[in-house]
Design a protein around this ligand. Structure first.
Ligand code: AKG
Ligand code: FE2
Length: 238
C-alpha cells in the first residue's frame, strides 16, 4: 500500500479527573426471611416505611454506588428527568429538577444491587401476591435548589409501577441540608406521615399508586437511587 505515514486521527482525550469505576467484588447483602416479612408488613399496614439498610448492604457496596453516581454526575452523564413516558414525556422544571441515569446492572456494584432487588421482588411476591415481574432503577442527583414536588409514582389501575424503593447515598446529611423525603397519608393527602433524611444506607419503601411524596429543596448535592417494581413485562406509561 502506498501513501503517506499513518496518522492516528483520534483526538487526544485527557483523562477524566475521577476515579475509575469500582470493579472489585463487593460482599452480597443477605436477605433473610424475617426481614422480608418486615417489608411486607410495612407495605401492608401503612403502605410505606423507612428503614436503615446500611449494615445489610455493607459500607463497601454503598460507597461503590456513591462513587458511580458521583462519577456519572461529574461526567455529565445524568440527564434532566422528565415526567411520564413516551409520547407523554414532559420536562417540567416547576415539578422536578433532578437529573437521572438508568442503571443497567453491568458493573459489579450494580449487579450486586440487582441481586438484592431481585430477592426483594421475589420476597414481596411470595408474601403479598403482587405479581411483580421486573424492576427498573435509576440514580438521581439533586443540586442545591432542586426538588421534586408532591406526586405519586404511578396512576392507580395502570399496574405499571407498584412498589417504589429509594436508597440514599450521601454521607453525613444534616437536617439543614434539606432534601428530605416527605411522605403523606394515603387516606389524607394533606397530612404528612413521615420525613426521611436522605442519609447513606437509609431506604424508603412505599406503594407506588397510593403514596403521595415530595422531595424538599436540597441545599447540598443529594445522591440517591430509586427503583420501581413493576407488574408489566413491557413498559407501559406510568
Ligand atoms: O429521592 C427521593 O427521596 C424520592 C424520589 C422520587 O420521588 C422519584 O424519583 O419518584
Ligand atoms: Fe416519586
Amino acid at each position: 500500500m502506498s501513501g503517506g505515514p499513518l496518522v492516528d486521527a483520534r483526538p487526544t482525550v485527557s483523562p477524566l479527573p475521577v476515579e475509575p469505576l469500582f470493579q472489585e467484588p463487593v460482599p452480597a447483602p443477605l436477605v433473610p426471611d424475617d426481614w422480608l416479612d418486615q417489608l411486607a408488613a410495612g407495605l401492608t399496614h401503612t403502605g410505606w416505611m423507612s428503614l436503615d439498610v446500611r449494615e445489610r448492604l455493607g459500607d463497601e457496596l454503598i460507597a461503590a454506588l456513591r462513587q458511580e453516581v458521583t462519577t456519572l454526575h461529574l461526567t455529565e452523564a445524568m440527564k434532566a428527568a422528565g415526567i411520564g413516558r413516551g409520547a407523554d414525556h414532559m420536562r417540567d422544571r416547576s415539578v422536578r429538577r433532578d437529573r437521572i441515569a438508568w442503571l443497567q446492572g453491568l458493573t459489579v456494584p450494580q449487579a450486586t444491587l440487582f441481586d438484592f432487588l431481585e430477592d426483594i421482588r421475589n420476597g414481596l411476591n411470595a408474601r403479598l401476591f403482587l405479581g411483580l415481574r421486573r424492576f427498573e432503577a435509576h440514580y438521581a442527583t439533586y443540586e442545591p435548589g432542586d426538588f421534586y414536588r408532591k406526586h405519586i409514582d404511578s396512576f392507580a389501575g395502570r399496574a405499571s409501577r407498584v412498589v417504589s424503593l429509594v436508597l440514599y447515598l450521601n454521607e453525613d446529611w444534616a437536617a439543614e441540608d434539606g432534601g428530605m423525603l416527605q411522605v403523606f397519608n394515603r387516606d389524607n393527602h394533606d397530612e404528612i406521615v413521615g420525613r426521611v433524611l436522605p442519609e447513606a444506607g437509609r431506604m424508603a419503601l412505599f406503594m407506588s399508586e397510593e403514596t403521595p411524596h415530595e422531595v424538599m429543596i436540597a441545599q447540598r448535592t443529594r445522591y440517591s437511587l430509586a427503583c420501581w417494581f413493576r407488574q408489566d413485562e413491557v413498559p407501559i406509561p406510568l
